[in-house]
Design a protein around this ligand. Structure first.
Ligand code: CP
Length: 316
């Protein structure tokens, strides 16, 4: 039986998805990747990519996904917009919606910024699908979907996989989105990195272990970037990149102890020689480049779900 295509009004948080929807999105992303997805817009669709935080991968691959789906992209530069004159995010979207934009892909530094757009009483005229491209330290649904696609391509299942998430947990929206979905998919999670970045929030999902114990035993090592820009003043005063690499990073010695089937993932951007030794970034067990490639197809599947959910482009 053919799998039902996913239909969503917005794509905001992986917490909103059922496991059947996650698997259907992975399968659809695989179809887009193989070039066998039956997809054709019947009417024009306009999207605007609004990145209030820096991005290379997410911004460019959403734009690529839009091009490949035949969506027209309306340019938006936050620094040159009327947000700088004090216009609110909601009023900016109201404007873009009135002009004719159907979709907005938004990255913002505020956790759950989208609640002010879709859940506010009186907001009646905004007729746009919103796709979250990362909210503060909250969620990163598109990174999560491309990570799930990459793991599924590798192992063909999630059940009983052992997955270690190592690094700057406190600030990581990638860790939050991924752990929420991976646990529901049946994976066993472990965490490591500086103990001060591990809190009760994470212990609800998995155990903290030493990096050396994890590298020998897990199927997936997911490294997180040290996010200096999110650290509070003084937090980095004693940060020594070399020391971090020695204690928590993946070097050749640890790489050699990994199981045959095990892989390394990193959402990027990588701090080379901090989370991962520079010579291992493109090593055989690293899936860093594959993750970025998969980002285009995972995002095509996510955009399609919102197009169908809103019956845009003549789709249903
Ligand atoms: N992984 C990720 O979100 O990368 P960018 O910040 O470059 O989009």
């Amino acid at each position: 039986m053919q799998e039902e295509l996913v239909r969503l009004p917005h794509f905001l948080s992986v917490k909103d998805l059922t496991i059947d929807q996650v698997l259907a999105l992975i399968h659809r992303a695989e179809e887009f990747k193989k070039g066998i997805a039956d997809f054709r817009l019947q009417a024009p669709v306009y999207a605007v990519n609004m990145f209030f935080e820096n991005s290379t991968r997410t911004h460019s691959s959403f734009e690529m996904a839009e091009q490949l789906l035949g969506i027209k992209t309306i340019p938006f530069v936050p620094q040159a917009s009327s947000i700088n004159k004090g216009e609110t995010l909601y009023d900016t979207l109201l404007t873009l919606s009135a002009i004719g934009c159907d979709l907005s892909i938004i990255r913002h530094s505020d956790n759950e910024y989208y609640n002010q757009l879709i859940n506010l009483k009186g907001n009646q005229s905004l007729n746009m699908g919103i796709i979250n491209a990362g909210d503060g330290s909250g969620q990163h649904p598109s990174q999560c979907m491309l990570d799930m696609l990459t793991i599924y391509e590798e192992f063909g299942h999630f059940d009983d996989l052992k997955i270690a998430i190592i690094g700057d947990l406190t600030n990581s929206r990638v860790a939050r989105s991924d752990m929420q979905i991976l646990k529901r998919l049946g994976a066993t999670l472990y965490f490591s990195g500086p103990k001060s970045w591990f809190s009760e929030e994470f212990s609800n999902y998995g155990e903290y272990k030493d990096v050396d114990e994890l590298v020998e035993n897990v199927d997936v090592i997911m490294l997180l970037r040290v996010q200096h820009e999110r650290h509070v003043e003084g937090e980095d005063d004693n940060f020594d990149p070399q020391k971090y690499h020695e204690i928590y990073g993946i070097n050749q010695k640890r790489y050699d102890k990994m199981q045959d089937q095990a892989i390394i993932m990193h959402p990027g951007p990588i701090n080379r020689n901090v989370e991962l030794a520079t010579e291992l970034v493109e090593a055989p067990k690293s899936r860093f480049v594959q993750q970025m490639h998969n980002g285009v197809f995972a995002r095509m599947a996510m955009i399609e779900a919102v197009l169908r959910g809103r019956q845009l482009g003549g789709l249903n």
